[in-house]
Design a protein around this ligand. Structure first.
Ligand SMILES: [Ca+2]
Ligand SMILES: [Ca+2]
Length: 293
């Protein structure tokens, strides 16, 4: 997007960030001055097998990052301009949370044994996120989902961007706070206020959506963090550039999603991480981009 385009609801607004002292560049990205921060966590509620720790000092050079996850509207511009076909389209299916799948389709869609709340839905992809007949309709300002790591990298190549490293992602998501559990502090709902889009109720049976959303929320929902980033925690998982570990088979994802609940996956903590293979996609996985400065 060029600097002279009128802002839309899905385009970054410099106002919120400027109020907090972070500058935006001509493309609307937040320019973060480099710095040294304490990465990782020793949180007793963390997952040691995810290698969230140890806490270590890391220095990151300046970079620019999206305030928001890439939206359906923006991904649509990429697809319209290039004719790109996502891996969900090429494979012919992607994972949709079972409750969102129409009953008839749910019956015939295979489910993984370990995570039976996912259905592998034929014909689902980013523009038909709940299967054939569904569409993104009014959700142009929601994060694009059902994009693989490879799809995200293709988008970045078109947009002149790249995926954030985990160092960059965590530095940005921390918003200047030292070792806080969440991007806004240590309390999940300070003063009873919801600050991110996760799951309330009993997973995976009932989501009361007390935070206002069942499924994705607009990318600019809730308050931004101290650097002006929105929804790093919750809403959708975000692909990072890095391999997850030495095996080099899966790529790192950060931030958790609208399906996260304390009872089984508190990975909306800012130090939390998980992984997926670069050709995987699902209805709770998207990305944001960065650029060098
Ligand atoms: Ca929610
Ligand atoms: Ca997120």
């Amino acid at each position: 997007m060029s600097g002279c385009c009128p802002p839309s609801r899905s385009a970054p607004s410099s106002v919120a960030a400027a109020d907090r002292g972070a500058a935006t560049n001509a493309e609307g990205l937040l320019v973060l001055p480099g710095g040294t921060f304490r990465m990782g966590t020793a949180d007793k509620d963390g997952f040691p097998e995810d290698h969230e720790g140890p806490v270590r000092e890391v220095t990151v050079p300046s970079f620019a990052i999206d305030a928001y996850a890439v939206t359906n509207a923006r991904f649509g511009e990429f697809v319209d301009a290039t004719g790109y076909r996502t891996e969900a389209e090429n494979y012919g299916w992607t994972y949709v949370f079972a409750k969102f799948v129409p009953a008839g389709l749910r019956k015939i869609s295979p489910r993984p044994e370990q995570t039976p709340w996912w259905c592998g839905v034929s014909g689902a992809y980013w523009r038909a996120p709940e299967g054939p007949g569904s569409d993104v309709g009014e959700s142009g300002d929601h994060p694009v989902v059902h994009v693989s790591w490879n799809d995200a990298v293709a988008y970045c190549a078109w947009a002149g961007r790249r995926l954030p490293t985990e160092v960059e992602w965590e530095y940005a998501a921390r918003g200047g706070l030292d070792q806080a559990r969440y991007p806004w502090g240590d309390e999940l709902t300070p003063g009873g206020e919801h600050r991110c889009n996760i799951w309330q109720g009993r997973f995976p049976v009932r989501d009361t959506a007390e935070d206002g959303y069942s499924g994705t929320a607009p990318v600019d929902a809730y308050q931004p963090n101290g650097f002006g980033l929105y929804n790093t925690s919750g809403n959708v998982w975000e692909w990072c550039a890095d391999w997850f570990d030495e095996a080099q088979s899966s790529r790192a994802m950060r931030g958790g999603s609208y399906l996260c609940h304390d009872s089984y996956c508190n990975r909306y903590r800012v130090a939390a991480r998980t992984a997926n293979t670069p050709d995987s996609s699902s209805g709770n996985l998207g990305f944001r981009t960065v650029a060098d400065v």
